[in-house]
Ligand binder design. Sequence first.
Ligand SMILES: [Zn+2]
Length: 303
Amino acid sequence: MISLVWNVRGAASDAFRRTFKDMMKQHKPDLAILLETKCSGDTAKKVIQHLGFTNFIIKEAQGFVGESHRQYIHVKVQYQRDKEWFLMAVTSDCRKLIAMPTKMEIRRAIFSIGSLKVPGSDGLPSLIYKNNWEIMKGKLLVWEWTKQNGKWDIDKFNQNLPPEIVMEIICKPPPQAENDDDRRGWRPSHDGNFSINSTYKELRKWPSEEKTVWKQLWSWRGPQRAKIFLWTAMHKKLMTNQRRARIFGGVGDCTRCNGGQEDIFHVLRNCPKASTIWVNLVKTDEIPNFFQLEWDNWIETNL
Ligand SMILES: [Zn+2]
């Protein structure tokens, strides 16, 4: 496939038309991109129609040189039997296009999706981000939206965001570790280098084997009724709607959020009503882990 890109001065002139037609004869481009700020509206349309192309898109010039305008045409091209690909023609100041999405842009994206859609790999519905934006904004990870090959995960965007926002985001390059090659790192140490000292400190954090969850529970210094509640919960004997429905029949759904079965984990953590409270209590950097743990680990970790 042949494309012709030309930053033209004076596209409305006869000289341009003659030269362009010569180039057409010589190269037979399938696609031409003309960048011309001085030619607009009907004049631009007439010029293009004279060049003999059947389809065209015009993006009118905006503002002046040096101002930050996003001017681009972004199209999906499918050429004969080739795989489809994206073509982007950018004019004007492209500093904004190559920048990472700002917090405001991410906020706009999050707030524009349905409340039960899950924007990240943490499994949290966007509702939680919306209700607790001030707390949650710090934990947004852009690379969750990239694939293993480092490119944007366009399918994931399309499932979660409106098309115009998807277009805006995929115009920007996905985040990359600044030029540095990947290397192995030892997590317990600050600089990523292995050391006996950091390993020893890490191992000391491991719970000794005798200390069971039950012992932990009974040695916890809190109100007796809270202990009994936790004990009942840990034995999964709380009378949730799911349990009630199993014993007495009826529907086991959660009546607070209508978001499916109300089991013990739903009541205590996964229900949007409950998670909204947790988000305010749990330290921000521990939130992803907090919401990802399985039941047993979750109890053990948080007891
Ligand atoms: Zn619920």
